[in-house]
Design a protein around this ligand. Structure first.
Ligand code: ADP
Ligand SMILES: Nc1ccn([C@@H]2O[C@H](COP(=O)(O)O)[C@@H](O)[C@H]2O)c(=O)n1
Length: 526
């Protein structure tokens, strides 16, 4: 299963660490709700840092076993190379049942086909979260146990959301959420035959039981509740031999996405530096000055000595690592000063009561922008030994030069929205040049419900004429702790690697901070 932006196992972690492109057709199995990714997610926000467009939402209704899930997967496959698609199955939203109800269900005497059987408010909430580019935690339902399980499945980061289920077109408010409404229509005989085969094979049922339930509840509910919603559909898709319909739908979706991209392109965060110089008074953390969202370490002779070693091309690797580690600790120590502390009184071994302080935060965690934020992560672990850690991988698209979000692995206190609002995050990256990665990383955290003023971005180096001004303007409450601010950000082209099929050298644009320290990640790790 594709793991990017979703749980590896529902209740434990988010990501299987799969960074590369994934084939869309082979990735959907155990859980019905799925995130599929191909080439990473381009910016979904504008230069003000606010989301510019919702996810494109498709609603697929139809009778049980009409082929809704199949159609959803076929659409994904036919769409091919698209950033991320979530399939949200309404099956996950059956209500929690009492032991008595479970006993009835085991005898096929429980009505799961009435609209009230589903937790529609929760389904709507999850769908709205995904549409609005927020993370969501979807319940996990067991058809074998007839019960909602305790775990949930984390989903985040969709460009397209496909919601499928027998009641997806039932609720008028819900119908307004979809950009495209589909009804899958299949012959009743076909649906029954498919349902018998599927429920016996996958849902632990007997043929007798399936027939019993079908005649008592499924068929009447189909006639009364499901089929009438077909009139709200934009497209009726046959439940079999539907390749042409699928092709038409994916052509439509692709066109819609292209139009959206065209509409929003001018607003997408600029990759070019803004050229605004930094106000000089911000280059300090002196308490007499106006509180600033950029805190630069005091430029003491010791600090300048460390930077001199790190900037020096001739510095040996082990010295570079040693001083990067030392600098990381200094930066993290400064960043920790921004956390809230409350008074705490203790008794010393001499039996004297002494006033002190303790951290006043429910959760503190670190999120590293891979891979150059790695040394800062080690610094954070040295300062807060049990800190929770996560990571993001942002890479530049070689064609568009846009940042692409390729990998999200966040600690549980961020994945859960109720915990996120009480969580403080150290966002760690080696440098802020164009600020494209920083923009994306901050947006990811805000999408999860982290408060802006609970984010502290820690970095070794900032380009004074780069994207820092735009970043500070877009996210004024995010604090940035830097060791130094360099004068320039320069655009240059580097040879990437040989495209073997063409035998050509590819070139890509990179931004270099000057005087700078070179590629910190490469110098540290390679
Ligand atoms: N177009 C199709 N051609 C062949 N088999 C199909 C087709 N659509 C669905 N099926 C099969 O029918 C069964 C039920 O389909 P599914 O998509 O799970 O139904 P639903 O989601 O509507 O309950 C599955 O075993 C699936 O493989
Ligand atoms: N415990 C349950 C819950 C639901 N069902 C049946 O599932 C059908 C909907 O799922 P599809 O994937 O077929 O759309 C619905 O018709 C319910 O009867 C169940 O059997 N047991």
């Amino acid at each position: 299963m594709s793991d990017v932006f979703q749980d590896e196992s529902p209740d434990v972690s988010l990501d299987g660490g799969n960074f590369g492109s994934l084939p869309t057709s082979t990735t959907i199995h155990a859980l019905k709700n799925t995130v599929l990714k191909s080439h990473g997610r381009p910016p979904w926000y504008g230069e003000d840092g606010q989301p510019i467009s919702d996810a494109f939402v498709i609603g697929i209704a139809g009778g049980s076993a009409s082929g809704k899930t199949h159609v959803a997967r076929q659409i994904v496959q036919s769409l091919g190379s698209i950033p991320t698609v979530v399939i949200l199955s309404q099956d996950s939203f059956y209500k929690r049942h009492t032991p008595e109800e479970v006993a009835l269900a085991m005898e096929n005497k429980m009505d799961f086909d009435h609209p009230d059987a589903l937790d529609m408010p929760m389904f709507t909430q999850c769908l709205m979260d995904l549409k609005k580019c927020r993370q969501t935690n979807v319940p996990v339902y067991s058809f074998q146990e007839h019960q909602r399980l305790d775990e949930t499945q984390y989903l985040y980061g969709a460009t397209i959301v496909i919601a499928e289920g027998i009641m997806t077109l039932q609720d008028p408010a819900l119908r307004g959420v979809y950009d495209l409404k589909i009804f899958v229509q299949a012959d009743s005989d076909l649906m029954l035959a498919r349902r018998i085969r599927r429920d016996v094979k996958e849902r632990g049922r007997s043929v007798e039981g399936v027939l019993d339930q079908y005649l008592r509840y499924v068929k009447p509910a189909y006639d009364n509740f499901v089929l009438p919603t077909s009139r709200y559909a934009d497209i009726i898709v046959p439940g079999s031999d539907n390749h042409i319909a699928i092709e038409l739908i994916s052509t439509h979706v692709r066109r819609q996405l292209r139009e959206r991209a065209r509409r929003f392109r001018p607003k997408i965060v600029s990759r070019r530096p803004t050229g605004l110089p930094l106000p000089v008074e911000l280059w300090s953390n002196s308490s007499e000055q106006t509180p600033s969202n950029l805190i630069v370490l005091p430029q003491t002779p010791q600090l300048k000595g460390i930077y001199t070693i790190l900037r020096d091309e001739a510095t040996a690797k082990q010295d570079f690592i040693f001083f990067v580690d030392r600098l990381a600790t200094l930066l993290i120590e400064a960043a920790v000063e921004l956390l809230p502390f409350r008074p705490r009184s203790i008794e010393t071994p001499c039996g004297v009561e002494a006033p002190g302080k303790e951290l006043d935060a429910v959760c503190v965690c670190g999120v590293t922008i891979l891979r150059s934020g790695g040394p800062l992560e080690r610094g954070l672990q040295r300062v807060i030994n049990d800190v929770l850690l996560g990571s993001l991988l942002v890479q530049t698209d070689l064609v568009t030069s846009e940042p692409l979000l390729l990998h999200v692995m966040l600690p549980v206190c961020i994945r859960d929205r109720t915990k996120a609002k009480n969580t403080w995050v150290f966002l760690l990256d080696a440098q802020i040049g164009t600020a494209a990665s920083a923009f994306m990383a901050i947006r990811v955290l805000l999408d999860h419900g982290i408060l802006q003023d609970h984010i502290v971005f820690v970095t070794f180096l900032v380009a004074g004429d780069g994207g820092i001004s735009a970043l500070r303007w877009a996210f004024p409450e995010v604090r940035i702790v830097a060791g130094a601010v360099d004068a320039h950000l320069r655009e240059c082209w580097v040879e990437d690697d040989t495209d073997e099929s063409e035998g050509q050298i590819r070139r890509r644009k990179v931004w270099v901070i000057e005087p700078g320290m070179g590629q910190i990640g490469d110098r540290y790790y390679l």
